[in-house]
Design a protein around this ligand. Structure first.
Ligand SMILES: Cc1cc2nc3c(=O)[nH]c(=O)nc-3n(C[C@H](O)[C@H](O)[C@H](O)COP(=O)(O)OP(=O)(O)OC[C@H]3O[C@@H](n4cnc5c(N)ncnc54)[C@H](O)[C@@H]3O)c2cc1C
Length: 445
């Protein structure tokens, strides 16, 4: 075995946001043998928007891929939270202070731009990163001192791979996580959250003839329409050429939809029924979705795991902290994971299995509480936005009123727009923290 840490063979399962961030961050730190196995035949991201929060942008900038993403993203100036049924504004919160305070604006973009630019960054590191699409990681046979596992190419026989470190960025349905949990006799199965999301992208040419809709796609604003057990968040992306809507509602196909897939084809009729009491402006947009093109995501979660690390393997992203979209932080946290892994592995003193396991535990120590805290906060924000009539909703709406009236110390009930929450999320620099804390945490691991 080579004693050069940067020559270790590191395998990554999955090339979603977490897998791409790991590969890019490791290559930028100088690692030379990185293999990425992806089950799908290509990056294959569904057409959907994504919020690019400053804590995500800061990392992408250090990885040298932020400029092209930023060039076509939209810089949010404010967010408007509205009553879904009446379109009445509950609160308007300015976001233009974010760049000055945290160094990066709060932007929104296209998923394919985010993933595509991270992938391009990886291609610049072609000598160090090899991608294997249509390759599924299957059974893990050994977890330490080397990791060995089986890989099944789509049209060929399975083969064995041996490596120094395995990063399981294989998403919310991670089979590597399930194998680890079974081995350790831990029960933390993935459960449906009972919520589903429709993801919609409307084209500018379909909206521009209607002044009310043109105003939406032309402004730099995220609008959230809320109602009992449902909401819609919407914003323009791709230089204001596309209007992105992402919904959350009870999963009507809870029992029927296959659990093996991330997305199902939704029914337009059902979608219109779910939002039938929302205002005409929203109805108009939902009606514009072509028949047969309703894309529905089941939202899945699981209980916090007792560990993310076993031997020389660590879980990453949705595989260990699936986050409901209500705080727009799932991908940002997967990217933070990748950045921190790049730092801690580059600081390894040697290539022994003991050191690798300790470094992976440092990664867990730096990441777990933060990511799981945000998982809980995202779930709580969903509950708050989805309140039905009663005392809790009255208190929430009074808090919105306090914001409208500009009352000192008022807190925004929609937590992602609250300044203190933003400070906690955007103000934390995970990369620098890992640099600063590594030695002490490694010694204690
Ligand atoms: C409706 C909605 C809106 C969202 N909005 C935002 C937002 O605005 N901002 C934000 O930061 N986050 C958002 N998120 C969350 C974000 O999308 C996820 O947290 C993020 O994509 C997770 O990345 P990941 O790499 O961990 O997993 P994934 O993106 O799921 O990637 C996992 C990859 O692993 C592959 N794979 C699976 N099994 C195997 C295997 N056995 N072998 C090889 N490959 C395998 C899959 O094909 C996939 O490509 C949202 C999520 C939803 C559902």
């Amino acid at each position: 075995m080579s004693n050069n840490v940067k020559d270790m063979h590191i395998c990554i399962a999955g090339s979603g946001m977490g897998g791409l961030a790991c590969a890019l961050s490791l290559a930028r730190q100088g690692f030379t043998k990185i293999s990425v196995y992806e089950y799908a035949s290509s990056l294959g991201f569904v057409g959907a928007g994504i919020q690019l929060a400053p804590n995500m942008a800061r990392i992408l900038d250090r990885l040298n891929v932020w400029s092209p993403i930023q060039a076509e993203a939209v810089d949010l100036k404010d967010t408007s939270i509205r009553q879904g049924s009446s379109d009445a504004e509950l609160a308007n919160v300015k976001l233009d202070y974010v760049k000055q305070t945290y160094g990066y604006p709060h932007m929104v973009g296209h998923r394919s731009s985010l993933a595509g630019e991270m992938y391009k960054g990886c291609k610049e590191e072609e000598a160090s990163i090899k991608f294997y699409f249509s390759h599924a990681v299957q059974k893990v046979d050994a977890w330490t001192p080397k990791v060995s596992f089986q890989v099944k190419p789509r049209d060929a026989e399975a083969f064995d791979v041996e490596c120094d470190i395995l990063l399981a960025a294989d998403g919310v349905k991670s089979n590597i996580r399930d194998q680890m949990l079974e081995l350790l006799n831990i029960d933390a199965k993935v459960v449906d959250s009972g919520q589903a999301a429709y993801r919609i992208m409307l084209k500018r040419e379909d909206m521009e003839h209607d002044p009310e809709l043109l105003e939406l796609i032309d402004c730099e604003r995220a609008t959230r329409w809320i109602g009992e057990r449902r909401h819609i968040i919407a914003y323009p992306v791709s230089n204001n050429t596309i209007y992105n809507l992402s919904t959350a509602q009870p999963d009507a196909n809870f029992a029927a939809a296959p659990s093996a897939t991330y997305t199902t084809k939704g029914s337009k009729k059902e979608m219109l029924e779910v939002y039938s009491d929302f205002c005409p402006k929203v109805q108009k947009m939902l009606n514009m979705v072509p028949e047969g093109e309703v894309c529905e995501w089941k939202l899945r979660v699981h209980a916090p795991l007792p560990t993310w690390v076993h031997g020389n393997m660590a879980l990453v992203g949705d595989a260990c902290h699936p986050t409901l979209p209500h705080l727009a932080q799932g991908a940002a946290q997967a990217i933070e994971d990748g950045a921190v892994l790049g730092v801690v592995l580059s600081k390894l003193p040697d290539t022994s299995a003991e050191s690798i396991n300790k470094a992976l535990k440092v990664y867990q120590e730096l990441r777990k509480a933060r990511a799981e805290g945000l998982v809980a906060l995202a779930a709580a924000n969903g509950r708050e936005m989805h309140l039905g009539d009663g005392a809790a909703k009255e208190a929430r709406d009074a808090a919105f009123k306090a914001i409208r009236e500009g009352r000192e110390g008022a807190k925004v009930p929609d937590r992602w727009a609250d300044a203190d929450v933003q400070k906690m999320i955007y103000g934390y620099d995970c990369w620098s923290d890992a640099e600063v804390q590594f030695d002490a945490l490694f010694a204690a691991a």
